[in-house]
Ligand binder design. Structure first.
Ligand SMILES: Nc1ncnc2c1ncn2[C@@H]1O[C@H](COP(=O)(O)OP(=O)(O)OP(=O)(O)O)[C@@H](O)[C@H]1O
Ligand SMILES: [Mg+2]
Length: 250
C-alpha cells in the first residue's frame, strides 16, 4: 500500500473554547477528489482550515507523504504546496490582476510567468474582462471566481475548496463541473471540497466523507457512503441525489 499524500491522525481543534473537531482521522491519496459533506456547523470549514494549516491544530498530526507537518520549516514547505478557496473570499483592496498574482509574487515567480499564469486563470474562470477592476467592487459571484483563479494560478499540489461554486451563475457552474475533473487530472491536483451540492459530489469526487458535530463518521466512495449513509443528514443527501437522478463520476 502506498503512503497517502495527506493523512490526518486524530485531529482535534477548539474554536472560541468549543470543540469543533473531535479526533478526526482521514487519508487522501494522490489525485483523489474528496468531498466533505455534513449539516451546517458540522465542522467542514474547520477541517479544511486545519488541513490547510490555516488554523493551529490542538491535538493530532498531519502527515504529508508520511512525514509530519510540524515545525516552522515543515509548515512553510507544506503551505507552498497547498492552496485554499475560502467559503467567504478574502480579497485584497487591489485590482483583480494583483489579487490573482499575489501568491505567485510572494513565491518569487518570475514576472513573465506570473503574467502568463494570471491570464490563464482569469480566462479559465471567465473574468478576463474584470482584470483591472478593484476587487472590492465585485459581486459575490465575481469575487468567488477571483478566489478560484487565485488558487488555481498557484498550481498547488493539493487544493482545499470550501463550497467553491456556491455563488456562481448556472452556465459557469455547469462549465466548471465539466472542466474541473479534467483540470484536476491534467494538472495532477488532489482536492478536498466541502459542499452541499450532490452534483458536485457525484460528478467531481471519487471519495466522500461525512462530518457530524465535529466528527468524521463515515467515508468511502460516494456509492459506498450513500448506499449506507451513516446519519440522517447523509441519508437525506442520498435521497436528494437519487430523486434528482445525480449520476456518479465516470
Ligand atoms: N470562531 C469561532 N468561534 C467559536 N465557534 C466557532 C467559530 N468558528 C466556527 N465555530 C463553530 O464551529 C462549528 C463548526 O463550524 P464550521 O464552520 O466548521 O461548520 P461547517 O460544517 O463548515 O458549516 P456550514 O455548512 O454552515 O459552512 C460550528 O458549531 C460553529 O458555530
Ligand atoms: Mg462551512
Amino acid at each position: 500500500m502506498t503512503v497517502p499524500l495527506l493523512e490526518a491522525r486524530n485531529l482535534s481543534l477548539q474554536r472560541g473554547g468549543v470543540d469543533v473537531l473531535k479526533s478526526v482521522s482521514l487519508t487522501v491519496r494522490e489525485n483523489d477528489v474528496l468531498a466533505l459533506i455534513g449539516s451546517n456547523g458540522a465542522g467542514k470549514t474547520s477541517l479544511l482550515l486545519a488541513l490547510a494549516r490555516l488554523l493551529p491544530v490542538g491535538k493530532g498530526d498531519l502527515l504529508v507523504n508520511g512525514e509530519a507537518v510540524r515545525g516552522g520549516r515543515a509548515e512553510l514547505g507544506y503551505r507552498r504546496r497547498v492552496a485554499m478557496v475560502l467559503q467567504e473570499p478574502l480579497l485584497l483592496d487591489a485590482t483583480v490582476t494583483v489579487n490573482v498574482a499575489t501568491g505567485l509574487s510572494l513565491r518569487g515567480t518570475p514576472r513573465k510567468e506570473q503574467q502568463e499564469r494570471v491570464d490563464e486563470a482569469l480566462e479559465r474562470f471567465g473574468i478576463t474582462g474584470l482584470s483591472r477592476r478593484s476587487a472590492r467592487s465585485l459581486s459575490s459571484g465575481e469575487a468567488r471566481r477571483v478566489s478560484l483563479a487565485r488558487a488555481f494560478a498557484m498550481r498547488p499540489e493539493i487544493i482545499f475548496m470550501d463550497e467553491p461554486f456556491t455563488a456562481l451563475d448556472l452556465p459557469l457552474r455547469e462549465a466548471l463541473l465539466l472542466q474541473l475533473t479534467q483540470l484536476l487530472h491534467s494538472e495532477g491536483i488532489t482536492a478536498v471540497i466541502a459542499t452541499h451540492d450532490c452534483r458536485e459530489v457525484l460528478q467531481l469526487c471519487n471519495r466522500l466523507a461525512v462530518m457530524n458535530k465535529g466528527r468524521l463518521i463515515g467515508s468511502g466512495t460516494p456509492d459506498e457512503v450513500l448506499m449506507n449513509p451513516p446519519d440522517d443528514f447523509s441519508a437525506a443527501f442520498a435521497r436528494y441525489a437519487h430523486s434528482f437522478n445525480c449520476t456518479t463520476r465516470g
